[in-house]
Design a protein around this ligand. Sequence first.
Ligand SMILES: Nc1ncnc2c1ncn2[C@@H]1O[C@H](COP(=O)(O)OP(=O)(O)OP(=O)(O)O)[C@@H](O)[C@H]1O
Ligand SMILES: [Mg+2]
Ligand SMILES: [Zn+2]
Length: 282
Amino acid sequence: MPGQKENNRENNKVNNQEAPQDHAATGKPGLIPQNELNEINRVIAIMSGKGGVGKSLVSALVAVGLKKQGLTVGILDADITGPSIPRMFGLYEHPTPLGDLILPVKSKLGIMVISINLFIPEEDEPVIWRGPLLANVVKQFWKDVAWGKLDYLIVDLPPGTGDVPLTVMQSLPLNGTIVVSSPQDLALMVVRKAIKMTKMMNIPILGLVENMSYLNCPACGEKIYPFGPSYVDEVANKTGLKVIEVLPLEPDLTALCDRGEIEEYKNNPFAQGNFLSFLVDV
Ligand SMILES: Nc1ncnc2c1ncn2[C@@H]1O[C@H](COP(=O)(O)OP(=O)(O)OP(=O)(O)O)[C@@H](O)[C@H]1O
Ligand SMILES: [Mg+2]
Ligand SMILES: [Zn+2]
């Protein structure tokens, strides 16, 4: 019922204002409390079974979509060895200290961003740290960053089910994950691995996003499936998860990412009210 949802949203807002740490995951052992100077209401991680399916793009579009709907949003780039968020937003300045904390860099629309790339002198400098060090950086990005008051913190995870996704799931009070897949990653098994890991960690999975699912023919607008038929519905059926969005492969989008202008993408499905109302119950 739309009215009901609206009500929940109001209630959530009130609750969140009065008890900022009142989310589902609070109280789990191993969780790192948020810095007392911060007030982060919801934390959502974007994950995938394998690399290159568009997690970072989805993280960016989700953040921009929520921001465009008037919410305060941050992005924690947890992909330490392959960070791509700053480039998509055209961010190159260094974060500045604020007392003992670090101030995130603000995007053009006002999204707070923290990424290892912002600390590195040259954008293409490789980060060659090992697991434990990577995990520590992610924890610091959570507790030692002056995020301020955020309605949503979006966490862009590295691919797969390794150290860093595990650390994020153990240490951050996630309200849920969004699992991204593409029709190329034919092995259903790979997606299922990511789903299984999240379930084992007792974290709710909000749903699936299939990226690069189809192409709109530039001549007639007909949908073309360059990577074969979509199987997201099959995954959804077999796992009981909801399909949140199916995104086309859009050359414009690649160009916007490369130019650091992701915020200008006009067809962002996450900027629509139905995405927000979907998140309300989370
Ligand atoms: N729907 C799309 N249309 C056009 N280009 C896309 C689309 N999705 C992703 N891309 C492009 O594909 C590349 C890979 O996307 P992205 O970096 O989001 O993947 P990822 O899953 O985060 O990768 P990694 O596993 O390396 O972190 C990017 O350069 C992006 O510009
Ligand atoms: Mg990425
Ligand atoms: Zn055509």
